[in-house]
Design a protein around this ligand. Structure first.
Ligand SMILES: C[S@@+](CC[C@H](N)C(=O)[O-])C[C@H]1O[C@@H](n2cnc3c(N)ncnc32)[C@H](O)[C@@H]1O
Length: 226
């Protein structure tokens, strides 16, 4: 099977250092979309369908809703939202300038913030600014620190939705601790938000490229309490 730079970075080359991983993302930015789309990963699409159904069911029109896509990368989540006819403003934030440059060319995002988010370097956003915060592919070790999850809730308006994707790995290695910490953090935040939707998508099992890769992807939606 041909070498796939996204596979390499997602499953083979990532380290626990967010800074080192940024160097990898810089290198693959131009190839990211093509490589990603050749995989059977569906997080952006599943997330877009899930949030679109959620807001329609509550009678909200997407054109009135403001979204921040955290770890937006090249903009696959924004693209997936537009595919489900999401009309509202979408902003993005990512630590990798080269990934953002690709996102910029798509004409989907109003503002793209270049920031490597951490507890010491929080989002350049006022609290209660967005109706929807999305994050696909960003909640993993060496990516967005799980300590920042509360920050993502803070920038939502009361009643707003935090929609995140977490993946389960066949051989999780260092990621297992990170994923456990995400679960624990979200449980601790349950006084501040309510889990309103959970969708699981199994990744194609007979794809040999996943021998040490993702087993299933999960979309979790938390509504911020009023
Ligand atoms: C796997 S990609 C996901 C991109 C996109 N959301 C998608 O689903 O295709 C992860 C992205 O997270 C960004 N990232 C990782 N850690 C970050 C951090 N601490 N702050 C901001 N961006 C970060 C990377 O630069 C990269 O663009």
């Amino acid at each position: 099977m041909a070498k796939n730079p996204v596979i390499d970075i997602l499953f083979e080359s990532l380290t626990e250092s967010t800074q080192e991983n940024q160097i990898l993302y810089r290198k693959i930015a131009r190839n990211y979309d093509k490589s990603y789309k050749s995989l059977s990963l569906l997080a952006p699409t599943t997330l877009a369908n899930t949030v679109s159904e959620y807001f329609s069911a509550s009678g909200r029109n997407s054109k009135d809703l403001y979204t921040l896509d955290v770890c937006s990368g090249t903009g696959l989540c924004g693209e997936a939202l537009r595919k489900v006819e999401w009309l509202g403003v979408i902003d993005g934030v990512d630590g990798c300038k080269e990934m953002l440059e690709v996102a910029q060319t798509k004409g989907i995002y109003r503002t793209l913030y270049h920031q490597l988010i951490s507890a010491e370097s929080p989002l350049p956003i006022q609290n209660s600014s967005y109706d929807l915060v999305t994050c696909t592919g960003g909640l993993s070790f060496g990516h967005l620190p799980y300590q920042c999850l509360e920050m993502l809730l803070d920038i939502l308006v009361p009643g707003g939705l935090l929609a995140i994707n977490v993946s389960s790995y066949k051989n999780p290695g260092s990621d297992v601790k990170y994923q456990e910490s995400v679960e624990k953090t979200m449980k601790q935040l349950l006084g501040k938000c309510t889990l309103v939707k959970e969708v699981r998508v199994d990744v194609v099992k007979d794809d040999t490229r996943y021998s040490h890769g993702i087993e299933y992807e999960q979309i979790l939606c938390y509504q911020k309490d009023a």
